[in-house]
Design a protein around this ligand. Structure first.
Ligand SMILES: NC(=O)c1ccc[n+]([C@@H]2O[C@H](COP(=O)([O-])OP(=O)(O)OC[C@H]3O[C@@H](n4cnc5c(N)ncnc54)[C@H](OP(=O)(O)O)[C@@H]3O)[C@@H](O)[C@H]2O)c1
Length: 294
C-alpha cells in the first residue's frame, strides 16, 4: 500500500482562493508545499511568493511531476480537464477540493495508477488572507480510499480542522447543507435587510442593524445547539405577534409572504422541541397556512 506522510511533497494546480489558503495553512503546519502551476503565471507567482520553498511553474505537468500529492484547485468545471492534461505516475495522489463532485472526476488519472481523493473545506473563502484564518475549526469533508484517507484525516487535524468521512452518494446533500448555511443564509440576510426599505431605511442600514443579532445567534447556537438556541415569538407561542407579521407582509410586502410562511412552518417542529405547546403550535400552523394559501 502507498503511504503518504508529512514529508510527502505537495503541489497545487490552480492558484485561487482555496488553493492559496490551504497551501498556506499546510506550509504553516510544516507540510512541504513545493510547486504550483495555474492557468495564469501571475496567479502562480503570487501563490509561490507566499510560501517559502514553493516554486511557480508554467505547466501543470512540471509542477505535478515534482509532487507525491497534487491538489487540483481550479474552479469545479476545470478540475477534470486540468487533471486529464497531466500524465500521472503510479501511486501519485491527486486530490480536489470540490464539495459536490465525487472522485469520478479523476477516473482518467486513476486509470494511470494515480490515487484519487477529495478534501473539501466546508467554509466560505473570499480571499487567501481571510481563508487561511478561517481554516482552524472548519470541517473538511473527505472522500478517499484506504490508501490516502488516513493521510487526509491527519492533514485536517494538523491544520486545526475537523475531518468527516463522506460516501460518494451523500456528497451532494452534504454540499447542499453548506450552501444553505453560506450562500442561502447570505440571501436571507439580504432579504431581512431589504425589509428596512419599507420603513424608510436602506438595505445596507438593515443589514448593519441585523448583523450583531446574526453574530449573537451564531454564538447562541455554538453554546446551546438546536433547539436550545431557538428564540423569538415561535417558541414563546406569541400568536398575536405572529399574526401581525403575516398581516404586515400581506399588506406591505406580499412577495415575501411565501418565504416567511415556508420558513416559519419549517421551523415549527424546532419551536415545539424548544418547549412550544403542541396545541399552540398547531394553531400557529393553521394561521400560517391560511396566509400561505392566499
Ligand atoms: N470559494 C469557496 O468558498 C470554496 C469553498 C469550498 C470549496 N471550494 C472549491 O475549491 C475549488 C477552487 O475554488 P476557489 O474558490 O478557490 O476558486 P477561485 O478562487 O476562483 O480559483 C479558481 C482557480 O481556477 C483557475 N481557473 C479558472 N478557470 C480556469 C480554466 N478555464 N482552466 C484552468 N484553470 C482555471 C484559476 O486560475 P488563474 O488564477 O491562474 O486564472 C483560479 O486560480 C473549487 O473546486 C471549489 O468548489 C471553494
Amino acid at each position: 500500500m502507498t503511504s503518504f506522510n508529512r514529508q510527502s511533497k505537495i503541489a497545487f494546480l490552480g492558484a485561487g482562493k482555496v488553493g492559496g489558503s490551504l497551501a498556506l495553512a499546510l506550509a504553516n503546519a510544516g507540510y512541504p508545499v513545493i510547486a504550483v502551476a495555474s492557468r495564469t503565471q501571475a496567479s502562480a507567482n503570487e501563490f509561490a511568493e507566499r510560501i517559502s520553498g514553493c516554486e511557480a511553474y508554467q505547466g501543470y505537468q512540471e509542477a505535478a511531476d515534482l509532487a507525491d500529492v497534487a491538489f487540483v484547485t481550479t474552479s469545479d468545471d476545470y478540475i477534470s480537464p486540468v487533471a486529464a492534461s497531466v500524465t500521472w505516475s503510479q501511486g501519485q495522489a491527486v486530490v480536489h477540493c470540490s464539495g459536490a463532485a465525487s472522485l469520478d472526476l479523476f477516473d482518467g488519472p486513476k486509470a494511470q495508477g494515480a490515487i484519487p481523493g477529495a478534501f473539501h473545506p466546508l467554509q466560505a473563502f473570499s480571499s487567501v488572507e481571510n481563508g487561511v484564518k478561517s481554516i482552524p475549526g472548519t470541517t473538511f469533508g473527505i472522500e478517499a480510499g484506504d490508501d490516502i484517507r488516513p493521510y487526509l484525516e491527519r492533514m485536517a487535524h494538523d491544520i486545526g480542522a475537523n475531518p468527516v468521512l463522506l460516501r460518494a452518494e451523500d456528497k451532494v446533500l452534504y454540499h447542499l447543507s453548506g450552501v444553505l448555511m453560506g450562500n442561502l443564509l447570505t440571501c436571507l440576510v439580504g432579504i431581512a435587510g431589504g425589509v428596512w426599505e419599507h420603513i424608510g431605511y436602506t438595505r445596507a442600514d438593515g443589514v448593519k442593524a441585523l448583523l450583531p443579532m446574526m453574530r449573537a445567534v451564531a454564538n447562541n447556537i455554538e453554546a446551546s445547539g438546536i433547539p436550545g438556541a431557538v428564540a423569538g415569538p415561535y417558541p414563546r407561542g406569541d400568536i398575536g405577534t405572529i399574526n401581525k407579521h403575516l398581516e404586515a407582509l400581506r399588506d406591505r410586502d406580499p412577495s415575501l409572504l411565501p418565504l416567511y410562511c415556508e420558513l416559519a412552518l419549517a421551523g415549527l417542529p424546532q419551536a415545539v422541541e424548544r418547549g412550544l405547546n403542541e396545541n399552540t403550535g398547531e394553531e400557529i400552523r393553521r394561521n400560517i397556512e391560511k396566509f400561505r394559501e392566499r
